[in-house]
Design a protein around this ligand. Structure first.
Ligand SMILES: [Zn+2]
Ligand SMILES: [Zn+2]
Length: 448
């Protein structure tokens, strides 16, 4: 998750399930309320290899690699997937890896599923002194993508050993989520020309959500994350003679005010749009008016219509005000990751799998976040569901993503990997292959 700023989770509320599941509590209830047989469906357990996932995560954690430099991580993924017999494609979107695992009845009309983990680290110096601390100065897995990678590998190992499914599973290991370029690079590299899946699924560790819970919501769950830079050029000169100058500091201040007023008056409150001017740079001496000033900032929206409206204002308002001053305004506006839109059918599937693994009462509402997430480049092509995996142990101080001492909670590796496995086995239920087709199925191979 790139730059998560706000969280709207209900996960803080419900320590109830974990407390209620403790054996002592259950006995107390049984004694007090005769008889006590409220039976919930047994939670699905899979024999995923927790020890191996923990070892992989710690190794990846110790060797963090940032955007498009994930060569060691990609090799590790490639070697493991290959050792389990998957068809593996490397250098997809520079450093991405795709593993393909085929079950029974594989053919052009058989079902398929894509599951994605991001694999990159952040340019943040780690401070938590772990035994497997980052060995790379200035870089760390402060967003937990080491855990994402380990869980998807754990699911691949289990599914390759059991093959209790029909059709095709694509394991997508995506580089450079934090810079926002990795998913787009994979798509631009032709990913969906040879990967054909019915739905794509993603998962992110979520520090404020209790371990043992999975949160999700339908619709837009992250924002359109845009950035802009406004360069103002006036006439610099001695500050004692303002009439001789064109004051770009004053102009910039007017633009800041006008943009905020525009946003506030033209976007509905429920839209929750953000326009933040975060950098205002100019001037070198207290007694001299600068010639140029730059303003930079970000726009976050959930709807395309609001995004269009604010983008137009960011482009128009500086020019209109600059004209009054006799100054010049140049605007660069870039749309980074679009909003992740969770589709109805895929959320139904995700909710079913999550309920199997953690119980329906522990599947909570995610709401939406102003954070950006480039999983959206995949969901522009394939309907998807992106869910949050609880991390909080219920006791410790919650450490947010991108903090220098954030660390993925190993106790949740099993939950995440089991969710992946259950999702596959539910969506692609096993069917025995017809005798003629049983042994030599040749599937469409990618062009690369
Ligand atoms: Zn992340
Ligand atoms: Zn992140």
């Amino acid at each position: 998750m790139a730059h998560p700023k706000r969280r709207f989770l209900s996960g803080f509320l419900a320590a109830a399930f974990l407390t209620a599941s403790a054996p002592g509590f259950a006995q107390d209830v049984a004694a007090a309320q005769q008889p006590a047989p409220i039976t919930a469906p047994a939670l699905v357990k899979k024999n995923v290899d927790v020890a191996a996932m923990t070892e992989w995560r710690h190794d990846i954690h110790a060797h963090p690699e940032t955007a498009f430099e994930e060569t060691r991580t990609a090799k590790k993924i490639t070697d493991l997937l290959t050792s389990w017999g998957l068809e593996v494609h490397t250098n997809v979107g520079k450093t991405g890896v795709v593993g393909i695992l085929r079950g029974s009845n594989t053919g052009p009309t058989s079902p398929s599923i894509c599951m994605r983990a991001d694999i990159d680290a952040l340019p943040i110096t780690e401070t938590d002194g772990l035994p497997y601390a980052s060995a790379v100065p200035g870089k760390s897995h402060a967003c937990g993508h080491d855990g994402h990678t380990a869980m998807l590998l754990g699911a691949a190992k289990y599914l390759s050993e059991t093959k209790n499914f029909t059709g095709t599973v694509y394991f997508i290991f995506q580089p450079a989520e934090e810079s926002g370029g990795g998913a787009k690079a994979m798509v631009d590299d032709g990913l969906f020309q040879w990967v054909h899946c019915d739905g794509i699924y993603g998962m992110h560790d979520w520090p404020g959500l209790q371990a043992g819970k999975i949160a999700m919501s339908e619709g837009a769950i992250t924002s359109n994350a845009d950035e802009f830079k406004i360069t103002l050029t006036g006439k610099g000169g001695h500050a004692a003679y303002p009439a001789d100058n064109i004051d770009v500091i004053q102009l910039g201040s007017d633009i800041v005010t006008a943009l905020h007023q525009f946003k506030d008056k033209n976007t509905p409150v429920e839209e929750g749009a953000v326009l933040a001017i975060t950098m205002f740079n100019g001037g070198e001496a207290y007694n001299a008016m600068p010639t140029t000033v730059t303003l930079q900032g970000t726009v976050r929206t959930f709807s395309g219509a609001t995004q269009d409206k604010i983008e137009q204002a960011v482009k128009d308002i500086p020019a209109q005000l600059a004209a009054k001053y006799g100054a010049k305004a140049e605007v660069e506006y870039d749309r980074d990751a679009p909003a992740v839109i969770n589709s109805h059918d895929q959320i139904v599937n995700a909710r079913q799998a999550a309920s199997d693994v953690v119980g329906a009462s522990n599947v909570t509402d995610f709401g939406r976040t102003m954070g950006g997430e480039d999983f959206s480049y995949f969901t522009q092509h394939v309907p998807g569901a992106y869910v949050a995996l609880g991390q909080w142990d219920g006791k410790s101080k919650i450490i947010q993503l991108h903090s220098p001492n954030f660390n993925f909670n190993d106790a949740t590796l099993e939950t995440g990997a089991t969710y992946w496995v259950d999702l596959v086995e539910r969506q692609l239920p096993y069917k025995a292959p017809p005798p003629a087709q049983a042994s030599t199925v040749k599937s469409a191979s990618p062009s690369k």
